[in-house]
Design a protein around this ligand. Structure first.
Ligand code: IMP
Length: 429
């Protein structure tokens, strides 16, 4: 058996949660491999909207196992709230949820450091979600971090205190001007309470669990967070998150050997969005972009921030498909483009006076100018369509163009936010 991977090919918010939920019946285990509560995976079914941050999106299927892998960073307070919010809706995720002992913990002081670091960057700020993600991964690579398994040690309180003191020293180095978004004392009390809650959950050696599941013939889906252009190595550095969001991240974030990776399902929107700062070549910083934002409801699931919007960028998409080894594609939000008579697609960049079709080192406005091709839109309402054959011809042509350009089949087409508004195209295994 192999592990299939599902991840974002753009700047996050592609709709990973929805597609994981749709595909979960085909799997036995759903495993998150990186990121943390910076993610906001939205699922809509039976008229209810759910937003998950750290918990895998397979959680609504009671017979499936959900694993939070070692590559994930966990804020116990948010994790507990997520579980309680699900329980309030009569979904108890705890029975089928297990957490890697090697996953790192986000401390309240990591959040303070995130805020201080962003503040110090001024205009150059990343636009972080301020959930403490960057400082937690810094402590991981700096070999200072606290892991879920450390909760079981009688040294935990002392180790927590030592790390907190280190952070307070670092905060002092930022000077008097550091923001204090919350009271550390109150946050710490809530955190310690949530830590006790976390200790009561199923904490496991997830690398063993997953490899044993594979050996027993179980089907595993690895669920990514954020997107390829936010990857720490291959994204628009430094305007990225702090983990490997790409397929390779599923290996390190779960303990799965590269030769155990099977299908890689790359998700992208029929257009592009981005939250936070950083280059975005096809951005529409105008009325058209605003129309796209409104039509697509492009506001962050975690922070509520308006997302930046723009046209589909083929050099970027092809780059992401290459880095991830995508074997199939899921195109999301085709229905949103019904608001436009014609659609632009970036096919090339003008870079150093040359027309190129790949992603160069830098994609800032002074480095690349997108070159567009116009496509006829589909003004029909797609949201009631259930069969591939009923799709408008111009959407079929748009999809065929993407398949031609990437060399990868678009096996899933999403025509609305609900679980049911998903077309699995012929050829999908
Ligand atoms: P951080 O991961 O919170 O430090 O944020 C770093 C950058 O990644 C910022 O531009 C965020 O807006 C962006 N980001 C982080 N998580 C997500 C996500 O789940 N969706 C979209 N953007 C994200």
């Amino acid at each position: 058996m192999k592990v299939d991977v599902l991840l974002g090919l753009q700047w996050g918010d592609e709709g990973k949660g929805k597609i994981v939920d749709v595909l979960t019946p085909d799997y036995d285990v759903i495993a998150r491999f990186q990121g943390g509560p910076n993610a906001g995976h939205t699922l809509i079914f039976n008229g209810t909207k759910h937003v998950l941050h750290t918990i895998p999106s397979g959680v609504f299927h009671p017979d499936k196992q959900n694993v939070v892998g070692n590559g994930v960073v966990i804020d116990p307070v948010i994790f507990r709230k997520e579980i309680e919010a699900l329980q309030a809706r009569d979904v108890d995720p705890t029975a089928n949820l297990c957490i890697s002992k090697k996953a790192h913990l986000i401390l309240p002081t990591h959040r303070l450091l995130d805020a201080a670091s962003e503040h110090a960057k001024g205009k150059a700020k990343i636009g972080s979600t301020l959930k403490g993600i960057g400082p937690t991964y810094m402590d991981k690579t700096g070999r200072n971090g606290l892991r879920v398994g450390d909760l079981l040690s009688d040294q935990f309180a002392a180790r927590y205190d030592a790390l907190k003191q280190k952070h307070l020293g670092m905060l002092a180095a930022f000077g008097d001007d550091v923001p204090t978004p919350f009271s550390l004392e109150e946050a710490e009390a809530e955190w310690l309470d949530a830590v006790a809650f976390l200790k009561g959950l199923r904490l496991i050696d997830s690398e063993h669990f997953l490899n044993e599941a594979l050996a027993a013939g179980k089907r595993i889906l690895a669920e990514g967070a954020q997107g390829t252009m936010l990857d720490i190595d291959f994204g628009t550095y430094p305007f990225v998150t702090s983990s490997n969001t790409v397929t390779a991240g599923a290996c390190t974030g779960l303990g799965i050997a590269p030769n155990r990776i099977g299908e890689v399902i790359g998700i992208f929107k029929a257009y592009c969005t981005r939250v936070g700062s950083g280059p975005f070549p096809t951005e529409l910083d105008n009325a058209e972009g605003e129309a796209l934002r409104q039509a697509g409801g492009e506001f962050g699931a975690t922070t509520g921030r308006p997302r930046r919007t723009g046209w589909l960028d083929l050099p970027q998409l092809k780059y992401a498909a290459m880095i991830n080894g995508a074997t199939e594609l899921a195109m999301m939000k085709s229905d949103v483009l019904s608001a436009f008579d014609t659609i632009q697609v970036c096919t090339h960049y003008l870079h150093d006076g040359e027309r190129i079709d790949y992603l160069p080192f830098g994609i800032n406005p002074d480095e690349v100018t997108p070159i567009y091709e116009e496509h006829p839109g589909w003004t029909e309402d797609l949201t009631e369509i259930t069969e591939e054959s009923e799709l408008p011809q111009s959407l079929k042509d748009y999809t065929a163009m993407i398949e031609r350009e990437t060399g990868i089949p678009v096996s899933i087409l999403s025509v609305g936010p609900d679980r049911k508004q998903t077309i699995l195209r012929s050829g999908r295994k």
